[in-house]
Design a protein. Structure first.
Ligand SMILES: Cc1cc2nc3c(=O)[nH]c(=O)nc-3n(C[C@H](O)[C@H](O)[C@H](O)COP(=O)(O)OP(=O)(O)OC[C@H]3O[C@@H](n4cnc5c(N)ncnc54)[C@H](O)[C@@H]3O)c2cc1C
Ligand code: SF4
Ligand code: SF4
Lengths: 71, 593, 221
């Protein structure tokens, strides 16, 4: 699931700006952060580290099948 | 740049909110790979803004920070634009060791240091840039210290300090897609905003590319926001690109390979610190070779003794730089599963403060997975070919610094620990100063309306395409072609030719038909195009280098060939649009033709 | 008398401590570090106990009968000052854990939080914080205020009740807007408590207006 869930968001937008991969957006109606493009998450945790209220929960799993050099 | 167009216009909230609505559709990116394009952004209503400045700095990492600050201090009007946030995008947020050469503490002179790096790099390093790194690194470290960079985990606030103090306009979340050349020199750049349906055009006398490196959006290394955009944009207006045959050999864990945070132990949560001289010959493709010869799984352990498995042949580490397990610089020094990382974490700060130092707590015994950084070369080895030691490219007014510049500062293998981050700072500062000087003596080249309209139409084209290919699907296809160990890392002619056929197909038939439903996917479309061209460059350069050296290894040419290959490979666009490759002897500057 | 007291105390503990804790545990939210979860519990208990204050304000005859007025008053005061302290510290407690773990620095986090004026919940929170401060100050200085403005004790009490009811409404709105654990479960429970409490208060005050004279002077709270 990569970036997994957001609870207790105050809509500050820090995570939206700090996500290198543009995964998170503020929902226009609620004003809160939503995981808009989870498949592009690189699991770097920057969003979580920048969130002032520690609202973001992460998981180490990727939504897409992962392509690796061998298997 | 005038006051009116300096900031973002709509409020922070408005900006960040836009596009959220489109998320549902884009989340289907992959499965909708063949489906009809139902854009949530209407290309016909996309607004456009234009900005003007002396020096345009593209990229908000370590190099971009110093380029902007030093260009400003040299008297230029500067504008800093970045795809991501200042200090929170590219690779800079994850680097914790900063090499600072302090003559008072080191026993090696700068000459000795350069000589040692050159021995490890087997001549692949550009000594001017290696020397320059040592000469300037301490000054840059001191400036960073004053801004608070060595006091906290996250770089955004310390980076903002000098930028706001100088009132340098900053535009974040703007993806640059085009460099503009007119009258034979740089005239500006263009791109679009991620947060609103708006194209952005910049007129500038000089442009400094600080766009970092890139990869194929690999799993296990935080470079998925970088796709060599700078190199590809520059290549398309005639710049020369170098270093594509080298490979960064970072590893990740076999369990959840995409989880780079987890695989790096607590590295991403550390406070940065400085490092002293420590030269290695690291993180090439040794482990990939062992995996190739002996198969999966590949147990963890330090390089050279991968899981205690012995192999014959394979990439050669010079005697002087071979390591023994558990010896100094052995396991635990850093890097996921690599056992050591030349970008390793810094030693604990002198004042005994927390973090920075120590070894990340990797499970050294966990199975390793290669290809964490697939598509990326050794830092500083790939990028624009420098024309001199002042970060000038072969196009007047276009400069590059840091990971975007093919300075070969460290060579085709990782040598000095912590030199990548420091190198970006050092080169950024030089490029900024140099760009300010160039801007002061040159006129703004005129961008004709036809050229502008043509570029803006190109930017919006994927949004207008009614049918086409989804960037996510094309990217996955490219990954499937390029990432296998036997294509990217343990190379031979037949397979590279086969991969090249695929890549040419993607280039000719898929790149022109990439489609996008919103601004996020528009970004993916351009990134995908850039990755395809970068893949082609990697294959062509690797085919051309008929030897093995540093992080480039070929099973059909396993020996180092000093008679023919003491040379770098440059790539440029030929008159017919095809890639042209040329050799540039080590220790020389490119022909200006 | 005794059994009623224990039974009342037990019911109160269940309603204002037990149930909130249960609903906290049932909230569909991942747990965090021990420190953060403890701080969440502390905050939720503070809210629950503040809601309980409505029921200690002469609103429930059974309570009046079972306990001596000064004891009820003392309890009301202690809960009030305790819970208000926790809630006044609430913004700081949110960022406190960052002192002990990497990431954005606590002060930077606080500034970001308190300047997110685009968010309704943050504005509500700021308003609540000020109201709460006012509530605490006016309670603490009530004797002086009564003297200074020459108002009756009843009038002050009315003011106190109004302030408390106003704060409660905004605070619950704020909590439901932003609260990590205050979803419809906990939020709904709190809302029910608040409605019941405010209704009891209203019943106590509104008919009184028509009554000719106050009685039971000793029961002022
Ligand atoms: C996990 C990890 C650990 C590392 N550890 C170390 C270490 O300990 N020591 C060390 O020396 N090095 C280390 N490195 C390497 C180091 O991080 C990089 O070499 C260095 O940060 C590069 O800085 P840069 O400014 O050149 O590029 P980057 O930091 O990559 O910045 C590139 C910038 O360009 C922007 N950009 C890119 N494309 C566009 C576009 N099209 N339009 C607009 N903007 C664009 C990006 O948003 C970003 O802001 C590490 C790297 C990683 C990933
Ligand atoms: S983990 Fe990294 S890539 Fe994923 S959402 Fe957070 S900041 Fe973005
Ligand atoms: S940083 Fe945290 S609080 Fe701010 S918008 Fe993102 S999730 Fe919400």
């Amino acid at each position: 699931m990569t970036i997994k869930s957001i609870h207790g968001c105050i809509g500050c937008g820090e995570c939206v700006q700090s996500c290198p991969c543009d995964v998170i957006r503020l929902d226009p109606s609620s004003g809160k952060a939503v995981i808009a493009y989870p498949e592009d998450c690189q699991i770097c945790h920057l969003c979580r580290l920048y969130c002032p209220v520690d609202a973001i929960e992460m998981s180490p799993e990727k939504t897409l099948p992962v392509i690796t050099p061998w298997g | 740049m005038s006051k009116s167009d300096r900031q973002d216009g709509p409020s922070r909230r408005q900006f960040l909110a836009l596009g959220g609505a489109a998320s549902g559709l884009a989340a289907m990116g992959l499965s909708a790979g063949w489906a009809e394009n139902r854009p949530s952004v209407d290309a016909a209503t996309v607004a456009g803004s234009e900005h003007e400045t002396d020096v345009l700095v593209i990229g908000g990492g370590m190099a971009g920070l110093f380029a902007a600050v030093k260009a400003h201090d040299a008297g230029a009007r500067v504008l800093l634009v970045s795809k991501g946030r200042l200090g929170a995008s590219g690779q800079t947020p994850f680097a914790k060791g900063f090499f600072a050469y302090d003559a008072a503490r080191e026993s090696l002179s700068i000459d000795d240091f350069v000589a040692r790096v050159s021995r490890s790099a087997l001549g692949t390093n550009n000594e001017s840039y290696t020397r320059q790194l040592a000469e300037h690194s301490l000054d840059r470290a001191r400036e960073l210290k004053a801004w608070g960079f060595f006091d906290q985990v996250l770089a955004n606030r310390p980076f903002l300090k000098p930028i706001t103090a100088r009132d340098i306009p900053l535009m974040e979340r703007v993806m640059i897609t085009h460099l503009i050349k007119q009258e034979g020199r740089i005239a500006g750049a263009a791109g679009f905003r991620l947060d609103s349906a708006e194209t952005v055009l910049f007129r500038a006398r000089a442009v400094v590319l600080c766009t970092g490196a890139g990869g194929f959006k690999p799993n296990g290394f935080p470079v998925c926001d970088l796709t060599h955009d700078g190199s590809i944009m520059a290549y398309r207006i005639g710049a020369k690109i170098t270093g594509k045959e080298w490979n960064d050999g970072h590893f990740t864990r076999a369990d959840n390979p995409a989880a780079c945070f987890d695989n790096w132990g607590d590295m991403f949560e550390r406070i940065p610190g400085t490092t002293g001289i420590e030269v290695h010959h690291d993180l090439g493709v040794e482990s990939n070779y062992v995996a190739y010869e002996t198969g999966n799984p590949l147990p963890g352990g330090p390089p050279g003794s991968v899981g205690g498995r012995k192999t014959s042949g394979g990439p050669v580490t010079p005697q002087e730089f071979q390591r023994r397990a558990g010896g100094p610089g052995g396991p635990g020094e850093g890097g996921p599963g690599s056992g050591s990382r030349r970008d390793g974490p810094p030693p604990p700060p002198d004042d005994g403060r927390k973090p920075a130092g120590g070894a990340p707590d990797f499970a050294m015994n966990a199975s390793q997975m290669g290809g964490a950084s697939a598509g990326m070369s050794i830092h500083k080895s790939e990028g624009l070919v420098p024309m001199d030691a002042r970060c000038n490219s072969t196009i007047p007014g276009l400069l590059a610094a840091g990971d975007a510049l093919g300075s070969h500062m460290a060579g085709g293998i990782y040598t000095q620990i912590g030199s990548s981050l420091a190198g970006s700072a050092v080169q950024g500062a030089i490029a900024g100063e140099e760009a300010a000087g160039y801007a002061a003596r040159s006129e703004q080249a005129r961008i004709t309306p036809a050229r502008r309209d043509g570029i803006l139409a190109e930017i919006l084209a994927p949004l207008k395409r009614e049918a086409g290919y989804g960037p996510a699907w094309v990217t996955q296809t490219l990954q499937g072609v390029m990432i296998p160990n036997f294509v990217l890392y343990i190379k031979k002619e037949s397979l590279m030719r086969a991969a090249l056929a695929y890549v040419e197909e993607l280039r000719d038939h898929h790149a022109p038909m990439l489609r996008a439903a919103d601004m996020h996917e528009l970004r993916l479309a351009f990134e995908t195009r850039n990755m395809i061209l970068s893949a082609e460059m990697k294959l062509r350069a690797s085919l051309k280098r008929t030897e093995s050296r540093c992080s480039h290894y070929r099973t059909d040419h396993p020996e180092t060939d000093d008679a023919n290959w003491r040379a770098w490979i440059n790539i440029l666009q030929g008159a017919d649009g095809q890639m042209v490759l040329e050799k540039q002897p080590f220790g020389s500057w490119p022909d200006q033709s | 008398m005794k059994p009623t007291r224990t039974r009342l105390a037990f019911a109160a503990a269940l309603l204002f401590i037990g149930l909130p804790l249960l609903l906290f545990a049932r909230a569909p939210v991942p747990s965090r570090t021990l420190l953060k979860d403890s701080l969440s519990i502390l905050t939720i208990l503070a809210v629950a106990l503040l809601l309980g204050q409505f029921f200690l304000a002469r609103t429930i005859p059974a309570v009046q009968r079972a306990f001596k007025p000064p004891r009820v008053q003392a309890l009301h005061r202690w809960i009030g000052y305790g819970a208000i302290t926790v809630l006044l510290l609430h913004p700081f407690l949110i960022v406190l854990p960052r002192y002990f773990e990497p990431g954005v620095r606590p002060l930077d986090a606080l500034v970001t939080m308190l300047t997110s004026f685009d968010t309704l919940g943050v504005l509500l929170g700021l308003a609540c914080w000020l109201l709460l401060l006012l509530l605490a100050l006016t309670s603490h200085l009530r004797m002086r205020l009564i003297k200074r403005f020459r108002i009756s004790y009843r009038a002050w009490r009315g003011f106190h009740a109004l302030l408390a009811a106003g704060f409660t409404g905004l605070a619950l709105w704020h909590a439901i807007e932003l609260g990590r654990h205050t979803g419809w479960l906990l939020g709904g429970f709190f809302a029910l408590l608040a409605i019941a409490g405010i209704a009891l208060l209203a019943r106590l005050y509104l008919p009184e207006r028509h009554r000719p004279a106050p009685q039971a002077e000793g029961l002022h709270i």
